[in-house]
Design a protein around this ligand. Structure first.
Ligand code: CA
Length: 237
């Protein structure tokens, strides 16, 4: 059976070219032109891969992806506009497998499609989606427990890892010392809360030192935060 690709793209010209090129490569192609119809098709049919435009009428591509991922692990490659880091990060957060930036070379897209399909056991699209947590240039793969910043692997102790995951899961919010103690060390922790200061110091050394921006900010008297965008007025210890 031919590999089936669903293309969700509202720009007729791009959709037409994609369909033609993909069929030429031997794929079977279904095209939908808006988010709602695309999501329905994706959920009703057993696609091997989905090319999903981010800027769509009806439902945005990110919303389509978010709803799709509740029920399906079919690989998704996002088509994003240029310079929209937000879309890429949001897309990866929601479980996109890859993205290409418009305007793209068809050869690059075809290579990404092949790579994406290769990563699927049985080509059935039943693989669990890798769980990626991201903030700025930091990526945490919670399946493999790998932590990568700006392409460099960061080695953490298990507690440091839990601590960082907790901060990143709660990015853009301030977490208090009590939150951290309860969630990282557990309710029955009876040690000193200044253990956190020691951990933050170690973590910053590994995660922030030598990088262009500081991820972990101290909110004096309250706790800590990791923000997608850094405000200048946060005190940094
Ligand atoms: Ca579009």
């Amino acid at each position: 059976m031919k590999t089936q690709i669903l293309v969700i793209e509202d720009e007729a010209q791009i959709a037409r070219v994609l369909k033609m090129e993909l069929e030429y490569e031997g794929y079977q192609v279904v095209v939908e032109h808006d988010g709602k119809a695309g999501l329905e098709k994706a959920l009703q049919t057993d696609m091997d891969l989905i090319l999903l435009d981010v800027m769509l009428p009806g439902l945005s591509g990110i919303e389509v992806l978010r709803r799709l991922r509740k029920e399906s692990a079919t690989p998704v490659i996002l088509l994003t506009a240029r310079n929209t880091t937000f879309d890429k990060v949001a897309g990866l957060d929601q479980g996109a497998n890859d993205y290409v930036t418009k305007p793209f070379e068809i050869e690059e897209l075809l290579a990404r499609i092949r790579a994406c399909l290769r990563n699927q056991p049985n080509n059935g699209g039943k693989r669990e989606v890798e769980s990626l947590l991201t903030v700025k240039d930091l990526v945490i793969n919670t399946d493999s427990r790998e932590v990568i910043r700006d392409g460099k692997t960061i080695t953490l102790t298990p507690k440091e890892y839990d601590f960082l995951v907790y901060l990143v899961t709660n990015k853009n919010k301030v977490v208090t010392r009590e939150n951290i103690i309860m969630n990282v060390w557990g309710y029955d922790y009876e040690g000193e809360t200044n253990v956190i200061d020691v951990f933050i110091r170690h973590l910053r050394k590994k995660v922030d030192e030598g990088f262009s921006s500081q991820l972990i900010a101290t909110i004096r008297g309250i706790g800590f935060t990791i923000k997608e965008k850094t405000d200048e007025d946060y005190n940094k210890n």
